[in-house]
Design a protein around this ligand. Structure first.
Ligand SMILES: NC(=O)c1ccc[n+]([C@@H]2O[C@H](COP(=O)([O-])OP(=O)(O)OC[C@H]3O[C@@H](n4cnc5c(N)ncnc54)[C@H](O)[C@@H]3O)[C@@H](O)[C@H]2O)c1
Length: 258
């Protein structure tokens, strides 16, 4: 028996059109670089106008200002992306915010903000993707959960609850849309070195040395290591993978010791 030819991983997203929310920084920016390098045209939807400048130098990347919590903006973004670039093959609902502090001091306004972005924004993005992909009978949706949607940590009730909701959203939508030809998976990264993490370290909310000491791999994860998994899940090589919570956590969630 002869082996099937190996896929060209350098160009495995050639011809695909992708939309990535929160693509102007951290993980979203790394995914934009990786997807574009593998041949995709990428539309970044981010509410921070500075995100546009971050995309300079990425061939095939374009920017649309969008707050993922506002249904009209999400719809308008998808309309414009498809009109300007073409039907979306891949949508990554990545935009998210942190919440870190004692629950006894957490205001309801802050709770709502986290739910609005991390759950509401991901829902609106996934729904807008599904509305376009289901009639076409194909598409890949990735939702950004977190290892803290799978295992818990104190003083992050809003974050952990929102991310476990995202993980369940991926399973639910995967089941609902599998027979329409769509795949839906969640990513569950551990501590990744991005502005999101740097900010928590700078504010003294996280101790970088203590965290890396507990990490089985002994270091923080790099954004590109998450982007590589995202690119694989978005590619046709992952054609039988749906409804999964894909961890990239350096072994953290497996560690029941120390
Ligand atoms: N960094 C980590 O260690 C880590 C670990 C697990 C999961 N995550 C998740 O990965 C995602 C990206 O995190 P990151 O570390 O790259 O953070 P980041 O702060 O570097 O980037 C987040 C991006 O999302 C955008 N954004 C935020 N709210 C938005 C909104 N309402 N509408 C549109 N865009 C919005 C920001 O402008 C920014 O460009 C988040 O969902 C986060 O929860 C991060």
């Amino acid at each position: 028996m002869t082996a099937a030819p190996a896929p060209d991983r350098n160009r495995d997203l050639a011809g695909k059109v992708a939309l990535i929310t929160g693509g102007g920084s951290g993980l979203g920016l790394a995914m934009t670089w990786r997807f574009a390098a593998r041949g995709a045209r990428v539309v970044v939807a981010d509410h921070d106008p500075a995100a546009e400048a971050a995309l300079s130098g990425i061939e095939g990347a374009s920017f649309i200002a969008c707050d993922v919590c506002v249904p009209e903006q999400v719809d308008a973004t998808f309309e414009r992306a498809e009109a300007e670039i073409g039907p979306l093959d891949i949508v990554v609902a990545n935009a998210g915010v942190s919440q870190n502090g004692p629950t006894l001091e957490l205001s309801f306004a802050e709770w709502r903000r986290v739910m609005d972005v991390n759950l509401g924004g991901v829902f609106l993005t996934a729904q807008a993707a599904g509305r376009r992909m289901v009639p076409r009978g194909q598409g890949v949706i990735l939702l950004m959960a977190s290892m803290y949607g799978v295992v818990a940590a104190p003083e992050r009730v809003g974050y952990c609850v929102s991310k476990s909701g995202v993980a369940m959203m991926a399973k639910t939508l995967a089941l609902e849309w599998a027979h329409h030809g769509l795949r839906v998976n969640a990513l569950a990264p551990g501590y990744v070195r991005t502005p999101f993490l740097d900010d928590l370290i700078a504010r003294g909310r996280l101790d970088a040395d203590a965290l890396t000491a507990r990490m089985p791999i002994g270091r923080f994860i790099e954004p590109e290591e998450v982007a590589d998994l995202a690119a694989f899940l978005a590619s046709d090589e992952a054609s039988a993978i749906t409804g999964q919570i894909a961890g990239v956590d350096g072994g953290w969630s497996a560690n029941g010791y120390l």
